[in-house]
Design a protein around this ligand. Structure first.
Ligand code: SAM
Length: 354
């Protein structure tokens, strides 16, 4: 008897569907954020070790057929990669529902819906001149990092004196029609916690989604300390002292943030991402692919799995799928930041792809 298996979404061993892939396009970054890459990159890995855009397109095609619905391009600074528009264009073609046999072949059929969401996280530096080309290439939406609204604090946190240029970049992204625009701020004690409500005011004025992120132990300087973490709870209290919030009536699902609107109905939105004080691993739907082709099943993984070696050693598509499925089964149940034996990952956020 011929049995037809419908391939559902990728699932890990805890039955969590994996629908969200973060792809780091490069380890390089033109900023020196003290909480990420304060001393710059170590000597660059050889170019041949990085995935080419054809390889990125190939593996993302497989991931989408396996049920990935959302791809976020990140880095390093992904816009330092000159072929980023080409990559976006190729990936945007994955939106078509795949009316193909199951990629593993045989009698299986794929019921993957196709890519629904193609996003980019950037520091905004290159946006004033390139926001339009990203949109034209097929990008849906964008997240821009902005850690301070004060020039001196921005410079102190990011290592570069370019606040005005990033603000211009945000305006250019808006003008290009990238929607929604999310703004990420990592809040670190003693640096920018006093700006939390100013950021909320910025969200209202510019009608953007402001997302506050707790400082995580992913800095290359290994200077993270628990005392520097401003909790999601404190962030919310600081905002509410000035602008009362109303929780948004949205299913959180695997979303990393808790979302709020302004109680007075003003435009803009607040998202609070609190992986340290309020972990959300139980609903995690994410895996990551580093610029050199390693799959990471958690931000805090201490092991990586070389998809690059698999595709370069002549493996068939079906063997590659088996590899991906087996790696996903190894996804960690949760992160261990709050456990006494926590081991900081050897690679930092800029290499993992935030
Ligand atoms: N270069 C791009 C950018 O600046 O947005 C993309 C890569 S960056 C690693 C992605 C996000 O990770 C940024 O919003 C950044 O602020 C955040 N990030 C980096 N290190 C972090 C840390 N130690 N804790 C929390 N967030 C961090």
């Amino acid at each position: 008897m011929l049995i037809t298996l419908m391939s559902g979404p990728l699932k890990d061993s805890y039955n969590r569907p994996i629908r969200d892939l973060r792809v780091s396009l490069t380890d390089r970054c033109n900023f020196r954020c003290f909480y990420c890459l304060p001393h710059g990159e170590p000597p660059m890995a050889a170019k041949e070790q990085m995935l080419s855009y054809e390889e990125i397109e190939y593996v993302c095609g497989i991931f989408v057929e396996l049920g990935i619905e959302k791809i976020r391009l990140t880095g390093g600074e992904p816009m330092m990669r000159r072929d980023i528009e080409q990559i976006i264009f190729k990936l945007s073609q994955l939106r078509e529902p795949p009316e193909r046999p199951h990629p593993a072949g045989g009698s299986r059929t794929s019921c993957a819906p196709g890519l629904r969401d193609l996003a980019l996280t950037t520091n905004g530096y290159f946006l004033p001149h390139r926001a339009h080309s990203l949109k034209e290439a097929g990008l849906d939406r964008i997240t821009i990092s902005l850690d301070s609204l004060k020039r001196d604090v921005f410079k102190q946190m990011t290592g570069v004196d370019v606040l005005d240029r990033v603000l211009e970049g945000i305006a250019a992204a808006k003008e290009a029609g990238l929607d929604p625009i999310k703004i990420n701020a990592v809040i670190v004690r003693g640096h920018n916690e006093d700006e939390v409500s100013d950021f909320a005011s910025f969200a209202r004025e510019h009608d953007v989604k402001m997302r506050f992120i707790e400082f995580m132990p992913l800095d290359s300087g290994h200077d993270w300390s628990r005392e520097d973490v401003v909790s999601g709870r404190e962030i919310r209290q600081r905002i509410e002292a000035r602008f009362p919030l109303a929780p948004l009536d949205v299913v959180r699902g695997s979303d990393t943030s808790r979302r709020y609107g302004f109680a007075d109905g003003a435009p803009g939105e607040i998202g609070i991402i609190a992986p340290v004080t309020e972990p959300f691993c139980g609903a995690c739907s994410r895996i990551r692919l580093t610029a050199d082709g390693q799959i990471r099943t958690c931000l805090f993984s201490t092991v990586e799995h070389s998809l690059r070696d698999v595709i370069r050693d002549g493996s068939s598509r079906s063997e590659t799928i088996d590899f991906i499925e087996s790696v996903v089964m190894k996804k960690e149940p949760r992160h261990y930041i709050n456990d006494p034996g926590f081991i900081t990952p050897s690679r930092t956020m800029s290499f993992i792809g935030g």
